[in-house]
Design a protein around this ligand. Structure first.
Ligand SMILES: [Zn+2]
Ligand SMILES: [Zn+2]
Length: 141
């Protein structure tokens, strides 16, 4: 038995593709994503304290992709910035999808089956990379 194929739009390249799961990324992007991630990691290692904007223009990747890794907690922002927000209360967070307060509530909800792409994430181990965003560079004393 197989799930019904549905048409959806890739959240990275905006092309439509057919999926049988809850995937949000098309197979092409999915394929490239590990490469992108390695490139981002490499870039951050060579340019500590870089910003999202710099990484995106240097590697020619959309900010949505950086956000995707942040949501997966594979990258982490340094310093409070509004680049990434809690999907529930819109508070600034450094990685993941929820702020600390919403997390416990959200996790309980996910346990009951509302989590969307956990199957995508389970084969990826958590790799947190320190990451500065634009606003933290002009640091105030
Ligand atoms: Zn795509
Ligand atoms: Zn929140």
């Amino acid at each position: 038995m197989s799930g019904a194929a549905i048409k959806t739009v890739c959240s990275l390249c905006r092309k439509s593709f057919t999926t049988t799961g809850m995937r949000k990324v098309c197979p092409v992007c999915d394929n490239n994503m590990e490469d992108y991630f390695q490139a981002i990691k490499e870039f951050i290692r060579e340019n500590p304290g870089t910003s999202v904007a710099v990484v995106c223009s240097a590697l020619n990747i959309p900010p949505a992709l950086v956000k995707y890794y942040l949501r997966q907690e594979r990258l982490e922002l340094v310093g409070g910035d509004s680049f990434l927000k809690c999907i529930k209360c819109q508070k600034s967070i450094s990685s993941g999808r929820y702020c600390k307060q919403c997390e416990s509530v959200a996790l309980r909800a996910e346990m009951s089956g509302t989590l969307m792409d956990s199957s995508d994430e389970k084969h990826m181990q958590k790799e947190v990379t320190l990451f500065h965003t634009k606003r933290t560079l002009g640091k105030k004393k």
